[in-house]
Design a protein around this ligand. Structure first.
Ligand SMILES: [Zn+2]
Ligand SMILES: [Zn+2]
Length: 269
């Protein structure tokens, strides 16, 4: 079984065929997925999906740095309430994005700090988005993140950035870019990182791996990400799937799988 640790299947890109996309992933051995929110409404939709697929889909509740200016005190209170719902396993996605700067950087930092506090209060891991903001992210984790655990989602960086995250006890989650042919350096980082600290994800509907680049991404394509990392590490796909599933289960404290469910992994075609 594989776990897609980051798939926004609640968003409008899946409005026409969401049940089919989810069923296709399950049928191909993607037994579980984590669906992170982007702001309050998409967090609410993630919680609804977790309720519709108990034990298979889990939700993150959070406000993305792009939407940081929507995180009013009322929105934060709504997130706190939502985060108590069944199936919520993380605060996320949250973070910093100094590449697009869709919310002012000050606002992004404020939203990050208040959501760190929420994660600590609720004893939930954080799902971090971090783009062109590495030094600030590490500084904020050191200054405001004591006691937090979590994952750097869609990790894109070199070994020294990876080491910063690992030294803070965080996991690294790799997405489609690790499978892009020109990204041999990222594949090297994925091969070098400790096997008990890596996760795999799609970040659907974005960042589809080859041969689907430029198309809508789907959770079933996480097998392509896993296959690329397995190749880089000299492991079988099954071994990589087992390790990353164990890691995601530990980080998000997922309940044991219902033994009745068929989640056997079938290699992608
Ligand atoms: Zn992100
Ligand atoms: Zn995301």
């Amino acid at each position: 079984m594989l776990i897609d640790s980051h798939a926004h299947v609640q968003v409008r890109q899946f409005n026409s065929d969401r049940p089919e996309v989810i069923a296709a992933a399950f049928a191909e051995g993607i037994g579980r997925m984590i669906v992170p929110g982007i702001e309050v409404e998409s967090s609410r939709e993630a919680v609804a999906l977790a309720a519709a697929y108990p034990g298979r889909i889990f939700a993150g509740v959070g406000t993305h740095p792009h939407d940081a200016d929507t995180l009013t005190p009322d929105a934060l209170a709504a997130q706190r309430e939502l985060a108590g719902s069944p199936g919520v396993v993380a605060i996320g996605e949250i973070g910093l994005d100094y590449y697009r700067n869709l919310s002012p950087q000050d606002t992004q930092r404020g939203a990050l700090i208040s959501q760190f506090a929420l994660a600590r209060e609720l004893d939930l891991p954080v799902i971090l988005h971090n783009r062109d903001s590495h030094a600030d992210m590490i500084a904020h984790l050191r200054q405001h993140g004591a006691g937090l655990r979590g994952v750097f989602h869609c990790f894109i960086g070199d070994k020294s950035m990876a080491r910063d995250a690992l030294d803070l006890g965080f996991y690294l989650s790799f997405a489609g870019p690790v499978a892009f042919p020109r990204n041999t350096e990222l594949a090297e980082v994925a091969a070098w990182a400790p096997l008990d600290r890596i996760l795999v994800e799609t970040d659907s509907p974005y960042l589809a791996p080859p041969p689907f680049r430029g198309k809508r991404n789907e959770p079933r394509h996480v097998a392509l990400v896993a296959a690329r990392i397995a190749e880089a590490r000299g492991l079988t796909l099954d071994a990589l799937a087992d390790a990353t599933t164990r890691n995601a289960t530990a980080l998000f404290r997922l309940p044991p799988l219902d033994p009745q469910e068929d989640t056997s992994f079938h290699a992608p075609v």
